[in-house]
Design a protein around this ligand. Structure first.
Ligand SMILES: Nc1ncnc2c1ncn2[C@@H]1O[C@H](COP(=O)(O)OP(=O)(O)OP(=O)(O)O)[C@@H](O)[C@H]1O
Ligand SMILES: [Mg+2]
Length: 341
């Protein structure tokens, strides 16, 4: 007979007298006992299974968490890698031609030096009357032609000008990057009049705008806001210069409309142009560092990413773009009016 399950044994002891049990009852108890033992085994199996499942769940939870961290890390690394590749690419191009220009200048200097040394030699001969004046002039002319001195002197200016533009390009990139690096710095917030900022910016940009577009100002009554004035003016300038570029690309004389209003707790500025517009698939990417449609060497592609950093991160504002290819583009900047004084 199988050993009784403790629960059944307890019941038997409590209610029955073992001595008096007849065969039928014993068989009955044995049958019940089999069920008791079976269900006990089942229970233990299920408990074990549940424990295992809990363990598995915990493990997969840990694994997911590790994976998530890993993904975040990878994403960060990818973003840094992308940024670094962008910077490297942007700096590499001017660096490339500056290096070749410095080599050219080195060659030119060697040739000019040789010419001067030969000139010195000839002068000595002239003084020693080993050559007469006419020969001297003829030989100087020949050396000058041979050494391509006229061409060199002419080209030096172009080589220097190109190198300087490379330096300026690198300088612009580095300055823009420093703008990013200062993200954590405390920027001085002043009482800022957005209408005045627009006015000042339009004056600064006047030369860029005047041949390509007419500007219409529709400035509403808005309160002062707390803002880093220079930074916001830089954003306005970037957007206006982009608008002029988009109009120039289209070819016709264009229209830029700048408007301001107070709306739902924000001071809102809309800058619209009727330039070439932006394709739908680029509407998000235009805010990414180094995204540019301008020819190599013209734009850094940092203008809008800096604008977004200034508006969103430094001022808790919003920047949005609406555009239709061939019709034009509107940038909408919103600054919280809550800090207005
Ligand atoms: N108003 C606009 N109309 C059409 N395209 C625009 C407009 N503003 C921006 N873009 C597109 O977004 C891209 C990114 O602009 P962003 O200002 O960041 O860089 P960029 O103007 O190319 O370079 P940078 O500002 O350094 O001169 C531009 O190259 C252009 O293709
Ligand atoms: Mg720009």
């Amino acid at each position: 007979m199988q050993k009784r399950h403790p629960l059944l044994q307890g019941q038997v002891q409590k209610y029955l007298d073992e001595e008096l049990l007849d065969e039928q009852l014993i068989a009955f108890l044995e049958a019940i006992n089999v069920d008791y033992v079976n269900s006990e085994n089942c229970k233990q199996l299920m408990q074990g299974d549940l424990k295992q499942r809990l363990n598995d769940y915990q493990e997969s939870q840990d694994w997911l968490q590790r994976l998530q961290l890993q993904l975040i890390q990878q994403e960060k690394m990818a973003a840094i890698g992308q940024l670094a590749a962008g910077i490297a690419h942007e700096i590499n191009n001017p660096l490339g031609y500056m290096q070749s220009n410095v080599e050219t200048l080195g060659n030119y200097t060697a040739k000019v030096r040789m010419f001067l040394e030969k000139l010195q030699e000839l002068r000595g001969k002239l003084q020693a009357e080993e050559v007469n004046k006419d020969d001297f002039v003829t030989q100087v002319e020949r050396l000058r032609r041979q050494g391509k001195i006229d061409y060199i002197l002419q080209d030096i200016d172009a080589v220097i000008a190109e190198s300087l533009s490379g330096v300026q390009k690198i300088n612009k990139i580095v300055k823009s990057l420093l703008g990013f690096a200062r993200r954590g710095e405390i920027v001085e917030m002043v009482d800022y009049d957005l209408n005045q900022g627009i006015h000042d910016t339009l004056i600064v940009a006047h030369n860029e705008i005047k041949y390509h577009a007419q500007v219409v100002e529709e400035l509403g009554e808005i309160p002062l806001v707390k803002a880093a004035d220079d930074a916001i003016n830089q954003v306005l300038l970037n957007i206006i210069i982009n608008a002029v570029y988009a109009i120039k690309e289209k070819g016709d004389k264009g229209l830029i409309i700048v408007s301001t209003k107070l709306s739902e707790g924000y001071v809102v500025c809309r800058i619209s142009d009727n330039g070439i517009g932006i394709p739908k698939q680029s509407l998000e990417t235009i805010f990414e560092p180094f995204f540019t449609n301008k020819p190599a060497g013209v734009g850094t592609g940092l203008g809008l990413s800096i604008a977004r950093d200034i508006i969103v991160n430094k001022h808790e504002g919003k920047i949005k773009v609406e555009s239709e290819v061939g019709k034009g583009t509107t940038f909408v900047i919103s600054l919280p009016a809550k800090s207005a004084v």
